[in-house]
Write a protein that binds this ligand. Structure first.
Ligand code: BES
Ligand code: MN
Ligand code: ZN
Length: 496
């Protein structure tokens, strides 16, 4: 998508569609009065008839014919001015983008003056607007072979209108930041939407390598013989049921020359989770191609961090495997020896995420990280607890958890903390091994985190369970159906 920033009077700009934000009940701004006058009082009538009052995400499309320079004007409701903020703004602009795309409009001009929210700089305003338009405009069309005019429309051009010339530079800065962030989200969404047949651990490793080549990051890929040498028995155990061999993907971004301790991001990379011998039911099993969304978020975050030149050091670690039932798969009752030396009794082969993450967390130790954050589509129980409106956060350091929750509020990728009291670890006691891989039905998200905690050692550590938020069934204002790319904007906000 092309982005242009121009100054001048919005009503004089030739555009297929001029988008104007309207706060609830605020239809008498100079600009709206002007439009009302030139269009013979349509706005006054619409507000009298209660057809449009500026409620959040309400829309009204006008065709000014020859009266104005724009072919269309889309009024988009911003809701009450008092409660305006970044998330409201993104949702309004995302709604406008989706609405126009459905009507085949691929080129829009947004009047930033009509969106000005108190305490929001021009840079931040533009960042939110561009993020919303880019994210709402995303479509996964790689496998659609129809001709261009049969395919859904996607935004080609976004013009941002500022009042004065001297605002263009700051607005450009915001657009640049949004572009970098959205590259990361697009990458994560693309990888998650990619079907299982195309998406082997080797494929993911290739994607990581390509990102490293583009950005100059260091990329290390451990293949099966090296994983054996590293004694990653838990990861290898999960992988042994699939004909596709596992990989451990390691990306290092050095944005701080002072060799400061890195932040380690660990992402679950199960390219398809059939459940193994503890096979999942057929219904919705197709969605389990998304079980590498944590890994995708880590790749997207590292890509964006390096595009934005963040002055920090990062390590991304992605254990990539496929969890399949087969004659070579692990069985319930098997005992695996993890890299940390702890033995694990496997009671359910479908609790595989925690096994591969255990070895990845142990591997992270060699980087001496100051913080470790893992992301995983780890438990169905998380969907029962929080539905699709928040990810769960658990950890061993309140300060870190607080910071992540704050970043989630700012980005609209909300987190809700669950407790991680020692009591829960009791559910993981095994008779025959050091620990078992499931803790029974109660508090499934917490016992999964309690399992990970045993491998997080002395790290300052937090775990995000994104099982309910990585995949969108219905579509939201700026999250179309399918992969959401959850975690990328959240982590970048935390890191920035
Ligand atoms: N990948 C699943 C969790 C999941 C379920 C993610 C639904 C997204 C949507 C995970 O590997 C899993 O199967 N977890 C089991 C754990 C259980 C066996 C203790 C679960 O939640 O049922
Ligand atoms: Mn599973
Ligand atoms: Zn899984």
């Amino acid at each position: 998508m092309e982005i242009k920033i121009v100054s001048g009077a919005p009503l004089e700009k030739k555009t297929p569609c001029l988008v104007l934000g309207v706060f609830e009940g605020k239809l008498k701004t100079p600009l709206l009065r002007d439009i009302d006058r030139q269009l013979g009082g349509v706005l006054s009538r619409a507000s009298q008839d209660k057809e449009f009052s500026g409620k959040h995400r309400e829309k009204m499309l006008l065709y000014p014919a020859t009266a104005l320079a724009a072919e269309r004007i889309l009024l988009i409701g911003l809701g009450k001015e008092k409660s305006a903020g970044a998330e409201r703004l993104r949702q309004s602009l995302g709604t406008a983008t989706g609405f126009l795309q459905e009507r085949g409009v691929s080129n829009l001009a947004v009047d930033l003056g009509s969106l000005a929210v108190r305490n929001l700089s021009m840079e931040a305003l533009v960042q939110h607007v561009v993020e919303a338009v880019l994210l709402a405009g995303y479509r996964f069309l790689r496998y659609r072979t129809e001709t261009a005019d049969e395919l859904p429309t996607t935004m080609k051009k976004l013009v941002l209108l500022v009042e004065k010339k001297n605002q263009i530079k700051e607005a450009g800065q915001g657009a640049l930041i949004a572009r970098g962030i959205c590259r990361g989200v697009y990458l994560a969404r693309d990888l998650v939407n990619e079907p299982g047949n195309a998406k082997s651990p080797e494929f993911l490793a290739g994607q990581a390598r390509a990102i490293a080549d583009e950005t100059g990051m260091k990329c290390t890929i451990l293949e099966k013989p090296e994983l054996e040498k590293e004694q990653m028995g838990a990861l290898l155990g999960v992988a042994q049921g699939s004909v596709r061999e596992p990989r451990l993907i390691v990306l290092e971004y050095q944005g701080d020359r002072n060799n400061s301790q890195p932040i380690a991001l660990v992402g679950k990379g199960v390219v398809f989770d059939a459940g193994g011998i503890s096979l999942k039911p057929a219904e919705k099993m197709d969605e389990m191609k998304m079980d590498m969304a944590g890994g995708a978020a880590v790749l997207g975050t590292l890509l964006a961090a390096s595009l934005l030149n963040l002055p920090i050091n990062l390590v991304g670690i992605i254990p990539a495997v496929e969890n399949m039932p087969s004659g070579s798969a692990i069985r319930p009752g098997d005992i695996l020896t993890s890299k940390a030396g702890k033995t694990i009794e496997i009671l359910n082969t479908d609790a595989e995420g925690r096994l591969i993450l255990a070895d990845a967390l142990t591997y992270a130790q060699r980087f001496d990280p100051r913080v470790v954050i893992d992301l995983a589509t780890l438990t169905g129980a998380c969907i029962i607890a929080l539905g699709h409106h928040a990810s769960a956060v658990l950890g061993n350091h309140e300060g870190l958890v607080r910071q992540l929750i704050k970043a989630g509020e700012q980005t609209g990728e909300r987190l809700w903390q669950l407790p991680l009291w020692d009591d829960y670890a009791g559910q993981l006691k095994s008779e025959v091994a050091d620990i078992k891989n499931v803790g029974g039905r109660p508090a499934g998200t917490i016992t999964a985190a309690a399992f990970l905690q045993k491998f997080a050692g002395d790290f300052t550590w937090a775990h995000l369970d994104i099982a309910g938020t990585a995949w969108e069934d219905k579509g939201r204002p700026y999250n179309p159906k399918g992969a959401t790319g959850i975690g990328v904007r959240l982590l970048l906000q935390y890191l920035r």
